[in-house]
Design a protein around this ligand. Structure first.
Ligand code: MTE
Ligand code: HPA
Ligand code: MOS
Length: 768
């Protein structure tokens, strides 16, 4: 296999400061700044909106409310239940009510202070508990079932009941939500966005402006991080900036302050999950009943798709013959929660991983052995709760290799010895697996397009539907293009993602950016090669290579030659120029759709995923018994990316996803006050992992020699799956807590296990 390993194509421009982000863009000297005035109340009816004084302030160009929206006052991506500007009802603190365009941010803030808004308060629902109590479902419950879980639980030798709460998480992309809207002739609107989903941004902008999509162009050069937070909610700033740009006739830039961004935007869904699990004395799981309840926030956003992915990952890597999975999403008066790396997968998996840990403690077995005992099998036990057969199962090989390379079993014995000797420090270790389904579960979204231009000097531009958010997609796509055309990567440039180059695209999400766009690029390149081959044969023949044949041509190292006559070759640029002079088109589109996907929401059955990505991690922690603080001593990861498209980038993705997961599992805590005001709205109160949270000894390896047939260069998606490897840290912490009572008592547990929680859990154990 040929591998073109190239550096991240923005590496140099990022460190030299040359990389352009939306907030760096200055289109004209008449450019205005936009600002959002948002609801200070979690739920109410607006009774008065007075901004006449503010509008008369110097340097204020426009103030818009819902009644000034020329198109539809709505920006819900799937369900049209999310107004662009609130009127008359406000549904959460941070919901946009008014938009201000001004010459400077200072002027906008001064104007904002002159505005009077009166809101008549209505009943609020701020906790998931109370939403469940009030039965505020946003949609009917969903089910996935297989076997007969109720009867099997009743027959099982042992059963547990439990509740697990998993917390929310702020995306904390470095670049906050930003957009620059530039009005053109007539009603044309050009939007420079920081959006994972340029086509949907185009749709929403067109809808609020009340114009057809062909008048709206959306361009995305790069995002300064997204993590799902810009899959739908980057549409908002784009829509707001466009409304102001249309109203003023001037370019308007909107760039949210960090505190506003955190207050206004949705986050990872909190879940409250209830389960019953039945098992035998060998640790074999016989039945599992789980109800996943999520906090959707005030509007639907992607909550139903996220809940569905949670349900589709409720069994993680384990074959459970009798299973009943219920999913419910509830409305609260908080910002609409949204996509976040893993897209519900982490929330679904956390429950079974914790339940298995309980089983192991109860049976006094090693949790890793209970996991292995329940893994999906090769011959038998391979059907998922939704009826898809698992093929190419990598769980067993990863388990064997990782337990060996991490010396898991020896270290468990050593840790026992350490814990016997130390009263104030306790160590814990855990191994956890991930099996993550790759594809959008909304099957039609699994499509992508590309546009490849060869210039007559032999250099190449590629455009595709995916967006670059730091994950290295463009670098991978340069590799794919170079490989497909047999040219060196430095001849290929990826141009900014643009709705006018590749239309009707899906979000860069579900980790499938390189799978989908890579194939589309390959198809475009193949079309071009097909057109170029006759020219190349002609050129070779005219050079004296009389027997050159189309079917034997090789494109490699910037050359084209017949594999039987490698002494004759033509240069790629020579071929491009000759083709041009022969009036042959040097530009082609490409398209790809993932084959055979289907998931029937009504029956809870189908084939929602093209394949699975697998990984496993072993983590060891040390707890300070007096403070609850922990140190992550060592993590070993073995992760499956098929044949990597770019090893350095993939390892970076694994490390980053894992640490982001560690933040969710152990550090990050979102708190609101009793009125629904976000207390943790800036980095002084909201703590994402820092360099100190990286394992002291961090060993990340890729599973070698397991190509993934049927994808671009036999690779696998990598963006999200390693997030869930952080459960190894979470459960290592639990293992260490439970060492306080020699693993004889099940400790209180939750997610995140902040040092405060860990301390309380240990104290409670001591008093048992
Ligand atoms: N990596 C970086 N550096 N920044 C990001 O915003 N987003 C993640 C992941 N890795 C993200 C990232 C998420 S949520 C997804 S779905 C994938 O990247 C999307 O890109 P891909 O499909 O090209 O992997
Ligand atoms: N992942 C991410 N985004 C999505 C999905 C998904 O499975 N389905 C719809 N949007
Ligand atoms: Mo990723 S949560 O699918 O943007």
């Amino acid at each position: 296999m040929k591998t073109v390993t190239i550096r991240h194509n923005s590496a140099e421009s990022h460190v030299t400061g040359q990389s352009v982000f939306v907030n760096d863009m200055e289109i004209s000297s008449s450019q205005l700044v936009g600002r959002v005035v948002y609801s200070p109340l979690a739920h109410g009816i607006i009774t008065q909106l007075d901004y006449s004084e503010a509008l008369n302030m110097p340097d204020v160009a426009a103030i818009l409310s819902a009644k000034d929206i020329p198109g539809h006052n709505q920006m819900g991506p799937v369900v049209k239940d999310e107004p662009c500007l609130a009127w008359p009802e406000t549904m959460f603190i941070g919901q946009a009510i008014l938009l201000i365009a001004a010459e400077t941010m200072d002027a906008a803030i001064r104007a904002e202070k002159m505005i009077r808004i009166q809101i008549e308060p209505l009943e609020t629902t701020l906790s998931l508990h109370s939403a469940i109590e009030k039965e505020l479902l946003i949609a009917p419950p969903a089910f996935i079932r297989s076997g007969d879980a109720e009867s099997a639980i009743n027959l099982a030798p042992y059963t547990f009941d439990g509740i697990l709460e998993t917390g929310s998480q702020e995306h904390w992309y470095l670049e906050t939500q930003s957009a620059l809207a530039v009005p053109g002739e007539g009603k044309e609107m050009m939007v420079f966005a920081s959006s994972q989903n340029p086509s949907e941004t185009q749709t929403i902008v067109a809808e609020v402006l009340g114009i057809p999509k062909h008048l709206v162009d959306v361009e995305v050069k790069r995002l300064g991080g997204a993590f799902g937070g810009k899959e739908t909610q980057a549409n908002h700033v784009a829509a707001w900036a466009s409304l102001l740009a249309q109203a003023t006739g001037k370019p308007v830039k909107m760039h949210l302050f960090r505190d506003d961004d955190q207050l206004m935007t949705g986050k990872r869904h909190r879940f409250l999950s209830k389960y019953r699990i039945g098992f035998d004395k060998t640790g074999l799981i016989l039945a599992y009943i789980v109800e996943l309840n999520s906090d959707a926030g005030a509007t639907t956003d992607l909550s139903l798709a996220i809940l569905e992915r949670a349900m589709l990952h409720a069994e993680n890597a384990y074959f459970i013959p009798n299973i009943s999975i219920t999913g419910k999403a509830y409305r609260t008066n908080l910002p609409p929660n949204t996509a976040f790396r893993g897209f519900g997968g982490p929330q679904g998996m956390a429950v079974i991983e914790n339940a298995i840990d309980r089983i192991a403690r109860f049976l006094e077995m090693d949790p890793a052995m209970v996991r292995k005992r329940n893994f999906y099998g090769f011959e038998r036990n391979r059907v998922t709760p939704y009826g898809k057969e698992i093929t190419n199962n990598r769980l067993h090989v990863i388990f064997e290799r990782l337990t060996e390379s991490s010396e898991y079993f020896q270290r468990r014995v050593e840790i026992q010895g350490f814990n016997n000797k130390h009263k104030y420090q306790k160590r814990g270790i855990a191994l956890t697996p991930v099996k993550f389904g790759i594809s959008f579960t909304t099957a039609f979204l699994n499509q992508a397009g590309a546009l490849v231009h060869i210039f007559n000097d032999g250099s190449v531009q590629v455009n595709h539907g995916g967006t670059e958010m730091g994950q290295g997609l463009h670098s991978k796509m340069i590799g794919v293009t170079a490989d497909a055309l047999g040219i060196s990567p430095d001849r290929v440039r990826v141009t900014p993602t643009s709705t006018s180059k590749v239309p009707n695209t899906s979000a860069t999400a579900a980790s499938s950016g390189s799978d989908l766009n890579g194939m589309a690029i390959k198809h475009a390149a193949e079309t071009l090669k097909h057109r170029l081959i006759p020219i190349a044969v002609q050129l070779l023949v005219s050079m004296g290579c009389k027997e050159a044949k189309a079917e034997n041509l090789i494109f490699e190292r910037n050359l084209i030659f017949d594999k039987y006559f490698p002494d004759f070759s033509i240069r790629f640029e020579q071929m491009a120029e000759t083709a041009w002079k022969n009036q042959i088109s040097l530009s082609s589109t490409g398209f790809y759709k993932t084959p055979n996907l289907l998931f029937d929401r009504k029956t809870g059955k189908g084939n929602p995923f093209y394949y699975y990505a697998y990984g496993m991690a072993v983590s060891e922690v040390e707890l300070d018994v007096l403070t609850g603080a922990y140190t992550l001593l060592r993590t070993d990861i073995l992760h499956d990316v098929g044949d990597s498209l770019n090893e350095d980038i993939d390892i970076g993705q694994i490390e980053g996803a894992f640490i982001q997961g560690v933040g969710w599992c152990t550090r990050e805590e979102i708190k609101w006050n009793e009125k629904g005001f976000l207390l943790t709205h800036s980095p002084d109160t909201y703590k994402i992992p820092t360099i100190n949270d990286i394992p002291v000894d961090f060993r990340v390896s890729l599973l070698r020699d397991f190509p993934n047939e049927g994808t671009i260069r036999k690779s696998k998606a990598v963006g999200e799956p390693p997030f869930m490897l952080a459960f190894s840290v979470w459960l290592a912490i639990k293992d260490a807590i439970s060492a306080v009572r020699q693993h004889r008592v099940e400790p209180a547990f939750t997610l995140p296990t902040t040092p405060e929680f860990v301390l309380l859990s240990m104290e409670a154990l001591k008093n048992e």
